[in-house]
Design a protein around this ligand. Sequence first.
Ligand code: COA
Length: 374
Amino acid sequence: MHQPAITGSGVFTPSEVITNDELVAAFNAYADRWNAEHAEAIAAGAAEAVAHSSSEFIVAASGIERRYVLDKTGVLDPEVMHPWLPERAMEDPSVMAEMGVAACRAALDMGGIDGAEIDLILCAASNHERAYPAIAVEIQQLLGAGGFAFDMNVACSSATFGIQAAADMIRAGSARKALVVSPEICSAHLEWRDRDCHFIFGDVATAVLIEREEEATGPRFTIRSTRCATQFSNNIRNNNGFLRRTRKGHMEDRRDMQFMQNGRKVFKEVLPMVSAHIADHLAEAGVAASDLKRLWLHQANKTMNDYIGKKVLGREPEPGEQPNILQDYANTSSAGSIIAFAQHSADMTDGQMGLICSFGAGYSVGSVIVERRG
Ligand code: COA
């Protein structure tokens, strides 16, 4: 058995930013237009007027202040309200592969290794832009990697489940050097016309490089232990899929073909699930909560993270102990905890331990206990 370690991490951040104020101005313009168009039905009580959104609500309910997106022009156009991401020619790299490769290159640079040395790539994300061939196989080709690659999807927990899968393969010897890459184009599965959720997502790609620890050349995070769990729930759901076509062969514009959630229920059900999961994982691994120097949590909601941080540590986390990045990136699905890890781990010293934890649709929860070495 080989000991796996994270030797690099990388983040690709799109260049376009949407602030809450910009987003709310576009949403409210859309609401006004919709209400004017449906004035008669609203007056007759046959339709409900769309209420205005507000930046104050968004910050208070979520902690989100802005988000990065691949295209803001479409999202902020009240006539469009979704990103413009033109279909690409088959000879060109797909969007997810392109952003995934950028994150992978950053992780490879950090680990000081070449793409050709990689023999396993997992593209672990909430959505994949086509059914096949796998995005991971395209990334493999673009990086000049060998071995094998495949896509996997466990929604917001995709990256941590991917880390467990890659770490187990490295332990067993079926892979030697792996990349777990999470390109998340959340802007394309968010219903920007739904006031209850129009503010929650952003776009990003992350990658982690995992190797046999004995082959690491620089500082690394030993993967001490991983733990994954799932429990079926409809409270976060997206029905889009290959059965979407209607009898007439048309594609439908249906609300359930985008992200939907019952946010309040998610809060109530996922928080105890995650807190118990982390407590059990730590106990099983023989690690005390007081041994954890840092928590890199899933980035969906600030209140949620404050609650989990307090529950796990048994006290208010000190500044820097549980870093949030959601104020800048919003919820980036599986990539969130990895952005937090990539941006807030360089200062850790030999022997310090931390926990990466993601959770979301499924329900699913994945945790990874790491120890800094070197
Ligand atoms: N602007 C202004 N007011 C809004 C609003 C908006 N954009 N959206 C909702 N509201 C109002 C509602 O109308 C409601 O008003 P009411 O109480 O008068 O009926 C009130 O705010 C509360 O709405 P609610 O949806 O219950 O808000 P919330 O405090 O639960 O926050 C979420 C909403 C989505 C941020 C929050 O539920 C959440 O983050 N849940 C967990 C999400 C999660 O982890 N999901 C995983 C996804 S991967």
